[in-house]
Design a protein around this ligand. Structure first.
Ligand code: PMP
Length: 358
């Protein structure tokens, strides 16, 4: 029986990539050493990290005036690093409160003495619609923080807010590389790898170079300027995670790049939403225009029935469908590496369950 992993993260990776990792794990490029055993200063690894950066630049069409940095510490560390590095003129940022991770970002920014204005919030509709700017933003803000995809609530910004000259800083953790965005629309983009890129332990930061280098005496491990100067090798980088992410980037190129991924992701998500919208039993609460292609929450409204559904799904090889504890019910994450066949298997099981439990 095939299994399909709908986890929100760490999440499914492309099968050919897992196979390649397995095949070359004992001896990387005939060196007689595993990728996990080689120095990050070796020529072998230099090639790995340089290729990963170049492939990412190609896929996202990242202009030369943006630095690509490889960090550890997850998306969460960037909630601290972004204000420390970029909120240097006014110590004052704006934020669109689109859900749990946006509000975590606000908390962490405040911890490093940054004033955070909530420019709009989705609390009134329980985050079933995206908060939108209600007019021009204060041009003295250092930046506006935006969570492009809300992993828990299942919403996604495709049209970006107009912040005038104030740079947008995007937490793209859960839809990174799932569709094209124009990098020049952002001052900075960051994303933890463990959803759409590779194993946990790696975080990508893409930042416009005129925005960095203004902070004084930052802890070294949080200093974008230092990481840029040292090409992400100030200390030992997460060698294995960068290697695995590099393989995923090559896989993405072979799949036709981000426009092709967007098309496939839309098709996958549409199959699930179409089923949910006609269902008498299951429901997705998000308004159609704001729905995520990556994370789809759904529920019956009866926690006991949800639990029965999840147990039955697990028996069918449909794994990790339990919803986030804040929302309950179920959540299917449909990242790049989830094949259409996985979504079809889920929809088949949803239909069977409904027929026998309605
Ligand atoms: N931002 C978003 C949108 C997320 O979904 C997550 C993780 N679920 C985070 C930030 C935090 O990421 P990490 O666990 O890598 O710190």
């Amino acid at each position: 029986m095939p299994t399909y992993n709908f986890s929100a993260g760490p999440a499914v990776m492309p099968k050919p990539v897992i196979d390649q990792i397995q095949a070359e794990l004992p001896s990387f490029q005939d060196s007689g050493m595993s990728i996990m055993e080689i120095s990050h200063r070796s020529q072998l690894f230099e090639q790995v990290i340089n290729d990963a950066e170049q492939d990412l630049r190609d896929l996202m069409q990242i202009p030369n005036n943006y630095r690509v940095l490889f960090f550890q510490g997850g998306g969460t560390l960037q909630f601290t690093a972004a204000p420390l590095n970029l909120a240097t003129a006014h110590h004052h940022i704006g934020l669109l409160d689109s859900g749990h991770w946006a509000s975590r970002a606000a908390d962490e920014a405040r911890r490093v003495a940054t004033q955070v204005d909530i420019l709009a919030t989705g609390t009134d509709n329980h985050f079933t619609a995206l908060p939108q700017l209600q007019g021009p933003v204060d041009q003295n803000l250092d930046y506006v923080h935006l969570t492009t995809n809300n992993t828990i609530e299942g919403t996604m910004y495709t049209k970006l807010p107009d912040t005038g000259h104030v740079p947008l800083v995007a937490d793209m953790s859960s839809n990174f590389l799932g569709q094209p965005y124009n990098v020049t629309d952002f001052g900075m983009i960051f994303a933890g790898a463990q959803k759409n890129l590779g194993p946990a332990g790696l975080t990508i930061v893409i930042v416009r170079d005129d925005l960095i280098g203004h902070a004084k005496n930052l802890p070294s491990m949080l200093d974008y300027q230092l990481f840029a100067e040292k090409q992400s090798m100030f200390n030992t980088p997460p060698v294995f995670a960068i290697y695995a992410a590099g393989l995923v980037l090559k896989w993405l190129k072979a799949q036709g790049g981000l426009a092709a991924m967007a098309q496939r992701n839309q098709e996958k998500a549409a199959r699930l939403y179409d089923f949910l919208d006609q269902s008498q039993l299951f429901n997705n609460p998000v308004i159609p225009s704001d729905r995520s292609t990556m994370n789809v929450p759904f529920m019956t409204g009866d926690p006991a029935l949800d639990a029965q559904f999840i147990a039955g799904a697990t028996d069918q090889g449909l794994l990790n469908l339990k919803g986030h504890r804040l929302v309950g019910g179920m959540r299917a994450s449909l990242y790049n590496a989830m094949p259409l066949a996985g979504v079809d298997a889920l929809v088949d099981y949803l239909a069977t369950f409904e027929a026998t439990h309605a």
